[in-house]
Design a protein around this ligand. Sequence first.
Ligand SMILES: C[S@@+](CC[C@H](N)C(=O)[O-])C[C@H]1O[C@@H](n2cnc3c(N)ncnc32)[C@H](O)[C@@H]1O
Length: 246
Amino acid sequence: MSDKHQTPENTKGENTKEVKAFFEKWDTYRKAMDNDYAGHIEAYKALGDFLKTNIDKPFSIFDLGCGNAEFMAQSLKNTLIQRYEAVDISESVLELAEKNMSHLNCEKYFFPGDFINVIHNRETSFDVIWIGLSFHHLSYRQKEKLLERCSSLLTKGGYFIIFDPVSYDNETLENFRKRWWNTCHLYWNALTHEEKLSIKEHVDSADFPESLSTYKGIGGKYGFSEVESVFIDPTEIYQIIYFQKT
Ligand SMILES: C[S@@+](CC[C@H](N)C(=O)[O-])C[C@H]1O[C@@H](n2cnc3c(N)ncnc32)[C@H](O)[C@@H]1O
């Protein structure tokens, strides 16, 4: 996709300090997950179904920004997972991930740090690279660079998969954020008003979603023959999109 998508709105790049501080208040995020406000339950079920249907040999997965990996542990049950690797910028959250993954019978590795640095320094190949609810924190250029790097690390036919807020075609960032806030404000009622406002502040400063058409354009540029959505939550904010390497 051409640089016309690189608007001043999404050139800023991730403020990792802000993002780290926000997710270290894990309880608020956890309430949103447990109440399925981002479609976590169905999304991670869709991921499990995707892995079972599309991968018929032992596989490896790299989980970027794994959080507590609670839902990922469910998705990987009854799949042919052979090696699970995960990275998160928050060490406290990474400890939870290790606990939640303890029952999974495969090789496991956990790395603290910024996934952009970690992935640029890795040489090991992966069959799947997954990024759940973090890709939208990156600028347009950072997203492109990460896709390019993942394309070179993935095995032939492998998948880069995102679970992320996705904007409509031609939707401005401002309109996307308004649409997100309408949903949060009206429906995320297990959260207090202050908790909603704290998430809003995070979204207003750190969220830069793109549209499926934009992802198809970037994917084509970096060797992904197929870019499709396999899950859309009922509020039409969150989607799972896979990029298959040619
Ligand atoms: C919204 S949570 C998602 C957790 C999990 N992937 C999920 O789907 O539930 C985002 C996680 O990504 C981590 N994160 C955000 N930016 C990161 C970065 N640049 N490097 C490593 N971890 C990052 C945060 O610390 C947080 O744990």
